[in-house]
Design a protein around this ligand. Structure first.
Ligand SMILES: [Zn+2]
Length: 452
C-alpha cells in the first residue's frame, strides 16, 4: 500500500497559532510530506498505516518551532564569565578584550555548535543571529538542518575578524548574500550594530544595500538608558528619528531591544513597519530597563521574542524568555491582564516569523507551511493536570521537556536525544576555551590591580 505521508505525528494537543492565538486542537494527527505540513486532522485509527514514520506524542503538545529573533550564537562560550560585575567593566574591560583576543573561525564554530545543541534542546528551530564570521555559523546551521537569518555586524570600529578577512565589510556582505541567495533555510541580513556605533555614512550605505538587495536589516535599538540622551546631544534627534530619516527603518528591519522609545518614536516605528524584538532576560540582567511591550502591541507594532547572546542572557531558552516577558509586563503595568500567555507564545512563533520576513513559511502549524515542529512532553509532575496547554508552555515548562524537534521535515531530536550532533566533543572544546579565557581574564585583573 502506498503511504502518502513521510512522517505522521500524533499529538494530544496541537497549538496551530494560525489566526487565533488561543486555539487548541485535541487528539490530532499532523501529516508531513518532504519538508511541508500537508495534513492536520482529528486522529483516527487509520492514520498510522498511512505514514512511513510515526511519532507518538501521547500526552504531548505540538507547537510551531520557536523563533529566537535576536541572538549572538557563538557567545555561548562567554556564558557566566564575569557576571554581576559593573556593566561598563564587564563590557569594555572583559567582553571586548576577550572578543579581540579569542574570536576566530574555530571559536565561532565551537560556540555555534554549542548553541545549536542548546537551540534544539529548547525547541528553537529558527534564529536571527548577529555575530562575527557569520559564514562559519551558517555552515554549522546548514549541516545540522536548522533555519536562520544571519548577519555580519558593521560599525565605525574595526571588527575582530578584520585581521583574517580584511576590512571590506560590504564586499563580505555581498559575497555571503550571493552564496545563500537560494538556500531553502538560511538567509543573510545586514547588521549595523547600533545607532551609537554607526555613523550616518554606514547607516546610509545599509539603507541603500537593503533597498537594492531586499535583504533584512538587524540592528540594536535604544537598549541602554544613556543611548537616547547621547543621540539627542550628538544628532539632535532620537535614535528612531535618525534611523527613519536615513532610510534604515522599514518593514524589513528588526529592532532588537527598543527599551527607551518615546510615544512619537512608537508612532514612527509603526509607520515604518519595522519589528521589535523583546529580550527580557538580557534587559533585566544588564538592568537596561523594561521594553514597553504592551504599548507596542497597542500601537499594532509587530513584537518578536529573543534571548540576546548567552554572555548577557546566559541561556538560549525561549521558554524562560516567555515566562519572564509575560510576568514583567504584568508587574510594570500593575495589571495582571496587561499581557497574557497566548500573546507571548504568539511573539515567540508568529511575531518572530513576521519579523524575519518568513511569515508565509514558518511560525504556525498550517497545511502548506514548513514542517518546523516541536513536541513538548507534558508527562511530568510540574505539568499535571493539563487545564490549559498554553499556560503550561509559558508559565510551567522549563524547556527541557521538549521531546521531539523537526525543522523542514527533518527530525533533529527524537525522544529527547539530539540526532545530528554529538555533545561530548563540543563540550570538550568549550572547556578548553573556558580555561584559556579564565587565564586571560585573571591576567587582565592582575594588571588592573598592579598597573606598571
Ligand atoms: Zn544583542
Amino acid at each position: 500500500m502506498k503511504k502518502p505521508f513521510d512522517i505522521g505525528i500524533k499529538a494530544s494537543w496541537v497549538l496551530p497559532m494560525d489566526q487565533n492565538p488561543t486555539q487548541v486542537l485535541t487528539d490530532c494527527f499532523v501529516g508531513i510530506e518532504k519538508n511541508k505540513i500537508v495534513a492536520i486532522e482529528p486522529l483516527s485509527k487509520n492514520h498510522r498505516k498511512l505514514c512511513k514514520k510515526w511519532i507518538d506524542g501521547q500526552g504531548m503538545a505540538l507547537i510551531p518551532g520557536l523563533i529566537n529573533a535576536h541572538t549572538h550564537l557563538a557567545m555561548t562560550l562567554f556564558r557566566g564569565l564575569e557576571d554581576d560585575t559593573p556593566l561598563k567593566v564587564w563590557l569594555f574591560d572583559r567582553i571586548f578584550p576577550l572578543e579581540a583576543k579569542f574570536v576566530s573561525r574555530e571559536f565561532v564554530k565551537t560556540g555555534s555548535e554549542l548553541a545549536a545543541l542548546e537551540c534544539i534542546r529548547f525547541g528553537t528551530t529558527t534564529v536571527a543571529d548577529m555575530y562575527y564570521h557569520p559564514a562559519v555559523t551558517m555552515k554549522v546551521w546548514d549541516k545540522i538542518g536548522l533555519r536562520g537569518l544571519f548577519s555580519q555586524p558593521v560599525m565605525d570600529f574595526p571588527l575582530p575578524e578584520d585581521r583574517t578577512l580584511g576590512k571590506d565589510h560590504w564586499g563580505r556582505f555581498l559575497k555571503n548574500l550571493k552564496a545563500y541567495r537560494k538556500h531553502p533555510r538560511l538567509k543573510f541580513a545586514l547588521a549595523p550594530h547600533a545607532p551609537y556605533t554607526c555613523g550616518d555614512d554606514v547607516l546610509k550605505k545599509v539603507a541603500q544595500l537593503s533597498s537594492e538587495t531586499l535583504c533584512p536589516i538587524h540592528i540594536h535599538l535604544s537598549e541602554a538608558k544613556h543611548e537616547e540622551p547621547e543621540s539627542q546631544t550628538r544628532y539632535k534627534k532620537s535614535q528612531v528619528e535618525r534611523l527613519f530619516e536615513l532610510g534604515v527603518l522599514g518593514p524589513r528591519t528588526i529592532c532588537a531591544h527598543s527599551v527607551h522609545l518615546s510615544e512619537s518614536d512608537k508612532v514612527l516605528l509603526k509607520q515604518s513597519g519595522a519589528s521589535v524584538v523583546h529580550n527580557p532576560d538580557s534587559n533585566l540582567k544588564l538592568s537596561s530597563g523594561v521594553a514597553p511591550v504592551v504599548s507596542y502591541l497597542k500601537h499594532d507594532i509587530n513584537v518578536a521574542l529573543g534571548t540576546d547572546g548567552s554572555a548577557s542572557a546566559n541561556d538560549l531558552s525561549l521558554f524562560g524568555a516567555m515566562d519572564l516577558a509575560t510576568k514583567v509586563q504584568k508587574l510594570v503595568s500593575q495589571d495582571n491582564t496587561a499581557m497574557v500567555a497566548a500573546q507571548t507564545l504568539w511573539m515567540a512563533t508568529r511575531g518572530g516569523a513576521k519579523a524575519l520576513g518568513l511569515d508565509d513559511q514558518i511560525g504556525s502549524i498550517e497545511t502548506g507551511k514548513e514542517a518546523d515542529l516541536v513536541l513538548v512532553d507534558f508527562n511530568f509532575p510540574h505539568l499535571q493536570p493539563v487545564h490549559d496547554p498554553i499556560s503550561h508552555l509559558v508559565y510551567s515548562c522549563q524547556g527541557l521537556e521538549v521531546d521531539t524537534v523537526l525543522c523542514a521535515g527533518k527530525i533533529l531530536m527524537s525522544g529527547k536525544k539530539i540526532l545530528p550532533l554529538k555533545a561530548e566533543p563540543i563540550f570538550k572544546r568549550a572547556k578548553s576555551y573556558q580555561k584559556q579565557m579564565r587565564a586571560f581574564v585573571d591576567l587582565l585583573i592582575k594588571k588592573e590591580k598592579n598597573p606598571s
